[in-house]
Design a protein around this ligand. Structure first.
Ligand code: ATP
Ligand code: MG
Length: 259
């Protein structure tokens, strides 16, 4: 099912996507559009293909043996993501990712955020300082860490570490931010902070968030895509999806009858 026409330019376009892990099909004929500067939530029961789809957008599935797209196309910011000669490193700079479990590098707070820029060959200290501060501010973490920039990132709380990972992704000035259950390891206070942060982030980026928490999908997203066993069942503006789901299966999921 197609959602109503997005009101801002298209950021991600998926058509007829079939994805397999060896003989097992994980995505079946998925087509959907995601607009720029909006958040789209991917929801559905465990194993329905949410993470698989997310990982397609920055070719993270390349690392999994026997994982293959058999049919379909994906464009991210006008780029053919599945093109064989694609520069995957440059794609991943443009399409940042935040995982379920925060994964700071065993480095200082500062060096975590500066890491991607250093890998790109940036070494000007004043420029690095500027981007680190800007990214930590954008991740709503600056005030909490500005006096411990050179301490080990591992000493931060779980919620702070997750915001640090968001800052690390932002430092590369991506156009798209993918988040796979970014709050599932956080307490309610830290979750609220990250959700608040998502509201600010989507003013600048395309945000795609996978979540098992329907309240979270309602609070953070503009569009919701509901999947079941690899198929996109319904894709609609979030409020309409939760207030008045069109498909029986979506109704059952939203009312907690399965999943
Ligand atoms: N690395 C892998 N190798 C083989 N099969 C996989 C792999 N990763 C996922 N799958 C299978 O693909 C299907 C979709 O998995 P995926 O992880 O995308 O689901 P999900 O919706 O993210 O689930 P969850 O909510 O539990 O995270 C499942 O049947 C899963 O078993
Ligand atoms: Mg998943």
């Amino acid at each position: 099912m197609e959602a109503t026409a997005p009101s801002t330019p298209l950021s991600i376009r998926v058509r007829d996507l079939d994805f397999f892990y060896g003989p097992q099909q994980a995505l079946d004929g998925v087509s959907l559009d995601m607009p720029r500067q909006r958040a789209t939530a991917l929801i559905g029961p465990s194993g329905c293909g949410k993470s698989t789809l997310l990982r397609c957008f920055n070719r993270m599935n390349d690392r999994i043996p026997d994982a293959v797209v058999r049919r379909g196309c994906i464009e991210v910011e006008g780029r053919d993501v599945l093109a064989p000669g694609l520069d995957v490193v440059s794609l991943r700079r443009e399409v940042g990712m935040v995982f379920q479990k925060s994964n700071p590098f065993p480095l200082s707070v500062f060096e975590n955020v500066a890491y991607g820029l250093r890998v790109k060959g940036e070494s000007r200290a004043d420029y690095l300082e500027h981007v680190v501060e800007e990214s930590l501010r954008a991740a709503a973490l600056w005030d909490e860490v500005k006096d411990q920039l050179h301490s080990d990132a591992g000493a931060l709380s779980g919620g702070q570490q997750q915001r640090l990972c968001i800052a690390r992704a932002i430092a590369l000035r991506p156009r798209v931010l993918l988040m796979d259950e970014p709050c599932s390891a956080l307490d309610p206070v830290a979750t609220a902070r990250v959700e608040e942060l998502i509201h600010g982030l989507k003013r600048r980026y395309t945000v795609v968030i996978v979540t098992h928490n329907m309240q979270q999908a309602m609070r953070t997203s503009d569009f919701t895509a509901f999947f079941y066993m690899g198929r996109l069942i319904e894709h609609a503006p979030t409020q309409a999806f939760f207030e008045n789901p069109r498909e029986k299966m979506s109704q059952d999921y939203v009312t907690g009858r399965f999943g």
